[in-house]
Design a protein around this ligand. Structure first.
Ligand code: APR
Ligand code: PHB
Length: 390
């Protein structure tokens, strides 16, 4: 098979990129090692920046998001009994975020692929990259007992943190930057109404908690847990009890309990790989960077990467211009690092760090005092939360 861009990974990055290219008549094929159901079974975050909303609308795939998504104009930072409201719409001249699950974004992109002539090969095993340092790279993969080959002009590595693309870049070229946090997030999804109409990020002496949602009838909550915590130590009741404590008396008293549809623990890390391009290979999304989920930036950075990359590929294939592809890594990384900083900053502010002692806690209290009293401080948080411009 021959195409213009071979895309590895049918997560949000790979599917958004594939659709954006096909919409411009550029050849694209996506190869995904899992089944579609497996990809959709992953529970991920659910706050969309305008860049993600714009891509779905630009693709004409935003109808369900408009019907089912929840536009949010603010969120809360809770510190004990103190609640600080960040009025993102007022502070940013009207910008909002859209609460709409990543799973639903992925489903909307998957469902539209066939009608839009975007080929997605699921259950493609042993995907391997070849001759990425030439202008004739290709992929091979195994499926139905046969080896398949896709020749392309470019390969887009949208294969997440554990995929093969980043690892195909020579060690002499790549550089990684990483911070692993000394805790994880235990998350629960349950068909109960949210305890609050906006998200609450709480810093409690027991640890961080987040009250989020998927709809008016489905809630998503998280608590900070030690890295070695085991999910079997957390019955639903124990988790609901802890959330009631950490979210503070007002919100905690409004929690509706219900059975867990999903309950899991995920580690937190900040990670960036530079460069995001090597010859004919381009990285986008989690393949190049990871953020702690505190700032809800993971999906939205995948969106900004593919917004830049799709424009670069369109310029190359339609106008034979290379300035977009030549500057892609630098352009994408400039926005990546700003989101990495915001995600690290909000994680540092709202979590309890076992080794930071009393001085570290005083730094958190004084920063929250400053945020509570400063429009400038709240504006800085608001404009980062809604997403910096492309
Ligand atoms: N061959 C083919 N596909 C692969 C391979 C491989 N060897 N390795 C990984 N993949 C697939 C994964 O199965 C997954 O479906 O690549 C896809 C990568 O998708 P994501 O991990 O969702 O990454 P991305 O599309 O960049 O989206 C980033 O997803 O994980 C969340 O928190 C993250 O919100 C962020 C968003
Ligand atoms: C979620 O709803 O899963 C969510 C929301 C906001 C975050 C992280 C996760 O910052």
């Amino acid at each position: 098979m021959k195409t213009d861009v071979a895309i590895i990974g049918a997560g949000p990055a790979g599917l958004m990129l594939g659709h954006l290219l096909r919409q411009q008549g550029i050849g694209a094929v996506v190869v995904e090692r899992q089944s579609a159901d497996y990809v959709l079974g992953r529970i991920r975050a659910g706050v969309l920046e305008q860049v993600t909303v714009d891509i779905l609308n630009e693709l004409g795939l935003g109808n369900r998001m408009k019907q089912e998504g929840l536009p949010h104009e603010g969120f809360f930072l809770a510190d004990g009994e103190r609640l600080i409201h960040i009025d993102i719409a007022e502070l940013t001249g009207g910008s909002k975020v859209m609460v709409y699950g990543q799973t639903e974004v992925t489903r909307d992109l998957m469902d539209a692929a066939k009608d839009r002539d975007l080929e997605v090969v699921y259950e493609a095993k042993d995907v391997a990259l070849h001759e990425i340092d030439t202008e004739r790279p290709y992929l091979t993969y195994q499926k139905d007992g046969q080896e398949h080959r896709i020749d392309a002009r470019f390969i887009a590595g949208c294969d997440g943190f554990h995929g093969p693309s980043r690892k195909a870049i020579p060690d002499s070229v790549g550089k990684t930057f990483e911070r692993v946090y000394p805790f994880g997030w235990l998350g629960i999804l349950s068909d109960v109404p949210p305890c609050n109409d906006e998200l609450i990020y709480a810093n409690h002496s027991n640890g961080f908690a987040l009250a989020s949602m998927r709809s008016q009838t489905r809630s998503r909550y998280y608590i900070q847990v030690p890295l070695d915590e085991k999910i079997e130590n957390w019955s639903d009741d124990r988790l609901w009890d802890e959330l009631s404590i950490r979210l503070g008396p007002e919100a905690g008293s409004r929690i509706t309990r219900g059975p867990a549809l999903e309950k899991s623990i995920a580690p937190l890390r900040s990670f960036v790989f530079e460069p995001m391009r090597y010859k004919s290979l381009f990285l986008a999304g989690d393949a190049a960077h990871i953020v702690p989920p505190t700032g809800a930036k993971g999906l939205n950075l995948a969106s900004s990467d593919v917004a830049y990359l799709s424009r670069a590929f369109v310029s190359f294939f339609q106008d034979s211009k290379t300035d977009g592809i030549d500057t892609y890594s630098q352009t994408a990384l400039a926005r990546v690092w700003k989101s990495e900083r915001f995600s690290w900053s909000l994680t540092s502010l709202m979590h309890r760090f076992p080794d930071d002692g009393e001085f570290g806690r005083r730094m958190q209290v004084s920063e929250l005092d400053y945020i509570a009293s400063s429009r400038a401080a709240q504006t800085a948080i608001a404009e980062n939360y809604v997403g910096l411009p492309l």
